[in-house]
Write a protein of this length. Structure first.
Length: 103
């Protein structure tokens, strides 16, 4: 199911595979960004963190993710939340494509 993103604050989107491979923990994000339950969501192959109203906190998290070996754009991405309120933005991971029953 697609995850709805906020139009007025950034959201970090991390591939679940990268999240797990780099031993990331929700508690680390909760502590550094003071998240509520609704600001940490997992759906399919994505982890969405946000909206985050602390821009300095987002910058620190991005630096920390890169220091842990995650690659910006390949493993995670931050969406600015800088779009008009009338525009709804949803994200979801690409599903595997099957041709004739084969991957």
């Amino acid at each position: 199911m697609p995850l709805k993103l906020s139009h007025n604050a950034p959201t970090l989107v991390i591939r679940r595979r990268a999240f797990e491979q780099h031993a990331l923990a929700r508690a680390d994000f909760d502590t550094s960004l003071h998240l509520t339950d609704d600001e940490f969501r997992v759906e399919g192959d994505l982890v969405a963190i946000g909206p985050v109203y602390d821009s300095a906190g987002v910058a620190r998290v991005v630096e920390d993710l890169e220091a842990r070996g995650l690659t910006y754009f390949e493993d995670f991405f931050d969406l600015s939340g800088n779009w008009p309120e009338w525009l709804l933005v949803f994200v979801m991971a690409e599903r595997e494509r099957f041709t004739d029953g084969q991957a």
